[in-house]
Design a protein around this ligand. Sequence first.
Ligand SMILES: [Zn+2]
Length: 75
Amino acid sequence: MNPAAQSAQYPVTCPACNTINAKRAAELLQDKRLCCRKCEHTIAMNERQLNSLRRTLADMGSYLKQDKPLAEQRD
Ligand SMILES: [Zn+2]
């Protein structure tokens, strides 16, 4: 996985108080949960959120690998 994508902060909304928390994507994938900074509710990532996180990381990784912007990749 691309290191830049791995260290990106991924936003997760707390279901208890609606505060947006951010955690490093790689840590989120590993822990599958985070603690709300406002109400200290433990937010468990569900499978759908984890899949979306994995997809975001994959997209980010392939984007960062591009040498040129997508618009210039025409033949
Ligand atoms: Zn909260």
